[in-house]
Ligand binder design. Structure first.
Ligand SMILES: Nc1ncnc2c1ncn2[C@@H]1O[C@H](COP(=O)(O)OP(=O)(O)OP(=O)(O)O)[C@@H](O)[C@H]1O
Ligand SMILES: C[C@@](O)(CCOP(=O)(O)OP(=O)(O)O)CC(=O)O
Length: 336
């Protein structure tokens, strides 16, 4: 039914991990931060969100599936993001849209641009636990903003769209090291992310995520920062809090096996199944010398770590031109 005129696109986006954290908002609705923050986008070979969006004049409403389950689209942040992308799409001059459609069509015959008035069906999935302290909201909302921007032909600065879904999502709109600037304007126009260092700058950099728990946190980051803003004097002095039990470590490819061996020695896995304990990039473990074990002077803590995920800095969102990758068929229903 929708086949003749529907438009479909699939994109992916990375998780980012903050080196200088965002903690606290000066505007809850626009999601404007109290402080600027800095992060590294992680490689999508290990962690990513994938989103397919299909727009059609035949659809009577917007719909969303997350990890295969249909969800309400009425959630306020999702609505804010959808509204913002459509608002920007509607502002584009018609000649621009037509000129660009010709270019895009010649690159990929299926990808035309959709008018902002069309309803959209969206399906997204994460290849890692959702809502469990691994920043799925960052990659998820960045992926949504990027995919919808491609679908509706919105160009230029897109991190301000992702920010409406979740603050940290704006940093996942770029690869490498990214700064989200606090900004001064009341409407948030200057509270955007910029790439500071491309992912190619330190090819030898490695990132370990030490996962203590991938269960849902008792207090979400949004609520945690709300409480800090209301009650913490440390926050007024510029302190930013850690939001969960998981830690990350930066190292180099040269030292990775040594460091991994050290961590695995002091935080050994529950079983001897080291394949599940060390995930991501294939790395060997180089156990610490007896001398180093004694010098550090503490006993191994079995089961303290759930698993270690090894990855590296990576690029920003990508369009996927592979028909097998779509999460919705051309009629906008789950399947390929
Ligand atoms: N792929 C996705 N597409 C759209 N929305 C998503 C996606 N993944 C996650 N979300 C949204 O983000 C919410 C989870 O965010 P939440 O902040 O609770 O967890 P997290 O980001 O995984 O962990 P943390 O913020 O502690 O690092 C989901 O309930 C959903 O609303
Ligand atoms: C500890 C953090 O990860 C907090 C991230 O908080 P969110 O971006 O998830 O919060 P909302 O803007 O309310 O959605 C620090 C960081 O990523 O900078």
């Amino acid at each position: 039914m929708a086949e003749t005129s529907s438009v479909r696109i699939t994109c992916t986006a990375p998780v980012n991990i903050a080196i200088i954290k965002y903690w606290g908002k000066r505007d809850e609705e626009l999601i404007l931060p109290l402080n600027s923050s800095l992060s590294i986008s992680l490689h999508q070979d290990q962690l990513k969100s994938t989103t397919t969006a299909v727009a059609s004049p035949a659809f009577s409403e917007d719909k969303l599936w997350l990890n295969g389950q249909e969800k309400s689209v009425q959630e306020s942040r999702l609505q804010a993001l959808l509204h913002e992308v459509r608002r920007r799409a509607a502002k584009r001059p018609l000649e621009d849209v037509q000129r660009e459609e010709e270019v895009v069509e010649s690159v990929n015959s299926e990808h035309r641009l959709a008018p902002p008035s069309w309803h959209v069906h969206i399906s997204s999935k994460n290849n890692f636990p959702t809502g469990a302290g691994l920043a799925s909201s960052a990659s998820g909302y960045a992926c949504l903003a990027f995919t919808l921007a491609q679908l509706f032909g919105v160009r230029g600065e897109l991190s301000g769209i992702a920010r409406r879904g979740s603050g940290s999502a704006c940093r996942s709109m770029y690869g490498g090291v990214v700064r989200w600037t606090h900004g001064e304007q009341a409407d948030g126009a200057d509270s955007i992310a910029v790439q500071v260092i491309p992912e190619s700058y330190w090819p030898e950099l490695r990132v370990f995520i030490l996962v203590v728990s991938d269960l849902q946190k008792a207090v979400s980051s949004s609520e945690g920062m709300r409480r800090s803003v209301a009650t913490s004097r440390l926050l007024q002095a510029g302190y930013t809090f850690d939001a969960g039990p998981n830690a990350f470590v930066l190292t180099t490819a040269r030292d990775a096996s040594k460091l991994l061996g050290l961590i695995a020695h002091f935080f050994p896995p529950q079983t001897s199944n080291s394949k599940r304990y060390i995930r991501g990039l294939p790395l060997t473990t180089d156990p610490p010398s007896l001398e180093l074990q004694c010098a550090l002077g503490f006993e191994p803590q079995p089961n303290a770590l759930h698993y270690i995920l090894c990855t590296r800095p990576g690029p920003g969102p990508q369009c996927i031109f592979d028909n097998e990758a779509h999460l919705l068929n051309i009629d906008g229903l789950p399947g390929n």
